[in-house]
Write a new protein. Sequence first.
Length: 433
Amino acid sequence: MQVRPTADTFWPSDLEPWSKWIASEQGVDPGWDPMEYAVEAAHARGLDFHAWFNPYRVTLSGTDVSVLDPEHPARLNPDWVVAYGPRLYYDPVVLEDREHTENVVMEAVERYDLDGVHFDDYFYPYPIAGQTFDDADTFATYGGDFTDLGDWRRHNVDTLIENLDQRIHAAKPAVSFGVSPFAIWRNVATDPEGSDTTAGAETYDDLYADTRGWVRNGWVDYIAPQVYWNIGFAPADYAKVVPWWDDVAEGTDVDLYIGQATYKVALAGQPAAWHDPLEMVRHLAFNAAYDQVDGDIWYSANQVESNRLGHMDLVQEEFYGRPALPPITDAGSPVSAPRGISTHRVEGGTELRWHGQGPHEADGYAVYRIPGKARGKVDPCDLVDATNLVAVLGPQQRSWVDTEPGDGEVSYVLTALSDDNSESAPSKPVSGR
């Protein structure tokens, strides 16, 4: 969920004003805490909550700082910002800017039970023909030993990414840090190590974001390139871009998720592939051949819900028919297995009840339904078999009704989830009643 769209926040920040997207006018207190609500609502449903930040954008329209709230940091420090096109941006080289952006992110990390910090694809702004991002004076002042403007700009962005990687994990090791960049690092014509594409923008050269370098250096926990093109699209073929990223992620500890352009389905002016409801099914089937692809991120939530041409129904039927555990970050504290599990026949199914370890010791529960009579010991293969996972629940839940227990004998096993989504030892199996 986006929580900082234009250097304003979806929580009561001590560093930036309330977002105008919350109360229609920047700086107006809405009287509630959207971040707190969203985190709690996600966790109650067994979901991770990743807070989506835009690091440098200050306005979407208007280059006069007077459009900002009177207490906005950019209005109080106009030398922090650069006007480019119709927008204002924090200048990535200004030390106060970088520290401020880092501190805003860390305020959210330290104040809320976030599972992830997510950066969008905006770093230095996308190029606008005939316009120049006016940082010549700061390059002359702060460029140091750099002789190339592009190298210096990339260094500025690298510093932000590396610093946040260190600060986030020092504060909360289990919180993931990831970026969803424009998917073309460089075209092969620009760099032989680039992708076999002819895209009109390259993150390395145009946004000054060395996204491949961040993966190689381990400065992000996951990378989610926005592969917003169909299979067979000549300038940037989905079937060429995904394998390129698979190669980049191989041999690293960085997870790879593919950004999917569900907003393009049935959109006027798009290639014929986007008017075929099976295009997204083909994307996920293609991904299955690549070991480094760990999942997908769908842009955006309202487009998933609109389900044009029924394309998400097809995706769900083919790929998302069962519950799944959130990704493991391997950086959490171990938790104990649930205790006191019992089963009871109720109207509509079988109810499970159990004791937890307290609200802060488990971040959720996984429920497995295993064919056959309960035995004293769990076969580890039964927990590896994803068809046995029937529910992923929030940390406060202490009961669950299985509405499809079936007619034969079954047994139930529960595990508790830690703050990094790793599972506890399994509980003792209990028979369904």
